[in-house]
Design a protein around this ligand. Structure first.
Ligand SMILES: *[C@@H]1O[C@H](CO)[C@@H](O)[C@H](O)[C@H]1NC(C)=O
Length: 343
């Protein structure tokens, strides 16, 4: 080839490069101005699109969850256990009964623990004012700056975990719901004295493989689109009825949440983040997905029970206290309940 031919080729490639660059800048601008589908952005999987120039696809926008002028609950530094209870703004009765039963503290327990309710923005002004009054009276509600809807549960839990890691730094965090019973008579002591896993802990009631299929039916409460999460199956994860995280795991999960796009299924999202962070979910029969008629002796073993009405919470709390037993019985109760002990 002649030299002028080379020159033309060089000019053309330079022009092409310049054009590409302009396109990239434009694309980034468009993405900033019109974030597709709000917080649940359109991209195969967050971390795959971290392409320089296009800007990394964002995970959870933590700063936006904290905006707002609500007074946070107080939280003592360095407790053994912080219990985060997801609760809808209108579930006043469920919160009251929890305060009267398993969240009630007698004196100063040797293994310090605390319960905090996670509540978002209520749709009705009257309900929102009620939440504010309740927080002023009890000081145990963390109000987040997100619309309180079922499909925003993920944001609720991320907000709670972030707050816990910034303001409390407990040794362990239990995430649970307001229709669950927590055996506070035993769990803090169990974590501090019986359990030997201080770090890397992510434990709860795990779902079987069939139950980990991603639901693609748009009318379902648990619908997740292929753009939001591409694989057909979630990694092993603990049911949202209750799972315990050691603080280091909570922080790894929060770190991963900045990169991985949230999906509306809260417990599955935590499982995805744990997998990202290299943390394996551990199964424990102490977390019961169903409320059968447990006998007193079961309360020496179980730590979280799902699906209780406010009335059942009171009955469970009575049985739990009747199940208080000397140290020998506690050791025996570290094994799964004997068949005779179930109903
Ligand atoms: C979640 O909360 C945000 C912020 O309040 C809101 O814009 C969005 O519509 C909510 N999403 C859903 C699915 O409810």
């Amino acid at each position: 080839m002649r030299w002028w031919c080379w020159k033309r080729l060089l000019c053309a490639s330079l022009l092409l490069l310049l054009l590409l660059w302009c396109l990239l800048l434009l694309a980034r601008d468009v993405q900033k101005k019109w974030p597709v589908a709000g917080r649940f952005r359109l991209a195969p999987r967050g971390q795959l699109l971290a392409w320089p120039g296009l800007g990394a696809v964002q995970g959870v926008d933590f700063a936006s969850l904290f905006a707002g002028s609500h007074a946070s609950p107080r939280c003592d530094w360095g407790q053994v256990l912080l219990i985060l209870v997801t609760s809808a703004p209108g579930n006043v009765e469920a919160r009251h009964v929890i305060r009267r039963t398993w969240a009630a503290q007698e004196g100063q327990p040797p293994n310090r623990w605390q319960t905090v309710f996670l509540v978002g923005q209520a749709a009705e002004a009257e309900v929102a004012r009620g939440v504010q009054r309740e927080q002023q009276e009890f000081g145990d509600i963390l109000v987040g700056n997100y619309k309180d809807t079922y499909r925003n549960l993920t944001l609720k839990v991320m907000h709670g975990l972030k707050w816990a890691s910034k303001k409390c730094r407990p040794r362990y965090i239990l995430k649970t719901d307001d229709d669950c019973f927590v055996n506070t008579d035993r769990l803090p002591a169990f974590l501090a004295e019986v359990n030997t896993v201080r770090t890397g802990l992510y434990v709860g009631s795990l779902f079987s493989q069939e139950k980990r299929q991603v639901i693609r039916e748009p009318s379902s409460k648990w619908y997740v689109s292929r753009q939001d999460y591409h694989p057909d199956e979630y990694p092993p994860y603990a049911s949202g009825i209750g799972y315990v995280l050691s603080l280091d795991v909570a922080e790894k999960i929060l770190e991963a949440a900045r990169r991985v796009r949230p999906i509306p299924v809260e417990d599955a999202y935590v499982g995805i983040l744990a997998e990202e962070a290299g943390v394996r979910a551990k199964a424990s029969a102490r977390f019961a997905k169903h409320n059968v008629r447990w006998r007193v002796c079961n309360y020496r073993y179980l730590m979280v029970i799902h699906h209780l009405s406010p009335r059942e919470q009171e009955a469970a709390w009575r049985r739990c206290r009747r199940g208080r037993a000397p140290a020998v019985a506690v050791r025996a109760a570290s094994r799964p309940p004997a068949p005779g002990c179930r109903r």
